[in-house]
Design a protein around this ligand. Structure first.
Ligand code: CA2
Length: 146
């Protein structure tokens, strides 16, 4: 069975409570459940992990080696600052899809640079929850290609 790890970074546990005009009204649990349904339809197993800590995300990426065939990651604010998460993903041997709910190119200038993109096979942004579903689909097909 193909296995995908979905990682969500800092503050994404607060989804649905503030800034709905940017991030939508759905909670992280809604998004994770939609990903589970998508994965079931594709015959893929997924595990979801959220952390507000940079080190915990680095550790999750390190532990994914040999256990998950692909990672879908929304590193949230760490996208724009974390060389550590980028390095961990560069050392990971499976497929990596980066996803953002908002269009990071339409917002503050500092959001336009994502260190994580250097380690990603593909990047999806601006499509809200649908972006996660597309990311799961893309990750599953990248696994098949490898
Ligand atoms: O668009 C995205 O998915 C982001 O990764 C979200 C991050 C932001 O720093 C990135 O530039 C783009 C922020 C997530 C914060 O989410 C909240 C949601 C509700 C309430 C508070 C924070």
């Amino acid at each position: 069975m193909r296995r995908i790890l979905i990682i969500n970074g800092p503050n994404l546990n607060m989804l649905g409570t503030r800034q709905p005009e940017i991030y939508g009204r759905e909670t992280l649990a809604d998004i994770e459940n939609a990903c589970r349904n998508k994965a079931a339809g594709l015959g893929v197993e997924i595990e979801c992990f959220q952390s507000n800590g940079e080190g915990e995300i680095v550790t999750a990426v390190q532990r994914a080696r040999g256990k998950f065939d692909a990672i879908v990651i929304n590193p949230a604010a760490y996208s724009h600052t974390s060389v550590a998460i980028m390095d961990a993903l560069l050392a990971y041997d499976g497929a990596v899809i980066e996803v953002h709910l908002s269009n990071i190119h339409r917002r503050d200038e500092f959001r336009r640079l994502s260190y994580v993109s250097k380690a990603a096979d593909g990047v999806i942004c601006g499509l809200g929850k649908q972006g996660y579903l597309l990311a799961v689909e893309a990750a599953a097909s990248l696994i098949d290609r490898e």
